[in-house]
Design a protein around this ligand. Structure first.
Ligand code: UD2
Length: 320
């Protein structure tokens, strides 16, 4: 297998860079595609030290991504497509750019990968595909053509996941709330774990939007990476012992959730800085509860998250 290269789009991002590192350490040649200039790709500092890594600065809305990557490695067997407009609020102001990036470019890369005979195609889906569905825990079939999506982001991810389902080629992993080292805390829409850790470490106030009773299903990034490796057929599926790519749509989370209030308390207790908590207005468009039903992925792959929330929090704080 080491001759069969992997493609990771969005390789400079939070999850993409961890996935890139994992593939390289398994001995795979990796072509990474990202829109940001090489000099700004700080998350890839380990990857850049590995001669099996090739970086391609490319906007995925431009045609022929795979063709360009074939100039680096002619045999790409596993495509991991993570590049996207990731900020939900930004997607509200830029619906066309979001659709072009998250859907049209996915359609093109999916078709290109299939035609080129890549054995695996794994897409980064999202819990946002369920909109505000109150039926918890969320099951894959709940997202359907009648689902009202809260954002172009959610809509674009849903339409893309359907491409994998309808064609029978490739799979979509619908991730719930991912956290861990390298998640950027600096934007107003950054993930709550990275924001709370930054605030607690600095001894600043933590701002809970609303009453803090809202819940999320948080999954640590190394568990997410393992789900990609199994789904992409690069490590054996523990349920079957076979190294074979998946097709279809699967939720990936832990299957349990915690409140934002308890997250804030844990962040303060773990950093030990004695930050206080303040309540701010609820964030517009927020959903209240979110929790994955992961039984389909668990049955298919015997997947179980290995990192507890507390352990993930400690590791993220140690990195921050
Ligand atoms: C996550 C994803 C988003 C999309 C969505 C689908 C992240 C970073 N975002 O959004 O891309 O897939 O799920 O449902 O994973 N909060 C505070 N204080 C803060 C920041 C956040 O109280 O300083 C609250 C916020 O109001 C929300 C919760 O924490 O209730 C989680 O917020 P988030 O932005 O981390 O993630 P979420 O679930 O809105």
């Amino acid at each position: 297998h080491p001759q069969n290269a992997c493609l990771v789009t969005g390789c400079a991002g939070f999850v993409g860079s961890h996935l890139t590192d994992a593939l390289l350490s398994l001995g795979f040649p990796v072509v990474g595609v990202d829109i940001i200039p090489r000099a700004q790709a700080a998350n890839l500092s380990d990857a850049f030290g590995n001669p099996a890594f090739r970086y391609v600065e490319h906007d995925i809305t431009r045609h022929g991504v795979l063709k360009r990557c074939h100039e680096e490695y002619p045999r790409i067997g596993h495509v991991f497509h993570l590049a996207a407009v990731v900020m939900v609020a930004f997607s509200m102001e830029h619906p066309e750019l979001t659709m072009a990036t998250n859907y049209t470019a996915t359609q093109a890369l999916h078709a290109e990968s299939r035609e080129a005979g890549a054995q695996a195609f794994v897409f980064a889906g999202s819990a946002a595909e369920y909109g505000d569905d109150p039926r918890l825990p969320l099951r894959e079939e709940y997202a359907d053509p009648q689902t009202v999506h809260n954002s172009p982001y959610g809509r674009s991810k849903y339409l893309s996941s359907r491409l994998m389902q309808e064609s029978g080629y490739g799979c979509s992993l619908r991730f719930f709330n991912i956290f861990g080292p390298r998640q950027d805390p600096s934007s107003p829409y950054s993930g709550v774990v990275s924001k709370f850790i930054t605030q607690a470490t600095a001894g600043d106030e933590l701002a809970i939007f609303g009453d803090g009773g809202q819940t999320r299903d948080f999954i640590y990034v190394s568990d997410v990476v393992r789900s990609y490796l199994i789904a992409g057929g690069v490590i054996p599926n523990p349920a079957t012992g076979l190294t074979a790519p998946l097709s279809g749509i699967y939720n990936v989370g832990t299957g349990s959730s915690i409140t934002i209030r308890s997250l804030a308390e844990k962040a303060i207790a773990t950093t030990g800085t004695g930050s206080s908590i303040r309540h701010a207005a609820p964030r517009a468009g927020d959903i209240y509860h979110s929790q994955a039903d992961i039984s389909l992925f668990t049955q298919t792959t015997a997947f179980a998250p290995q990192i507890t929330f507390e352990e993930g929090l400690r590791r993220t704080i140690a990195w921050a």
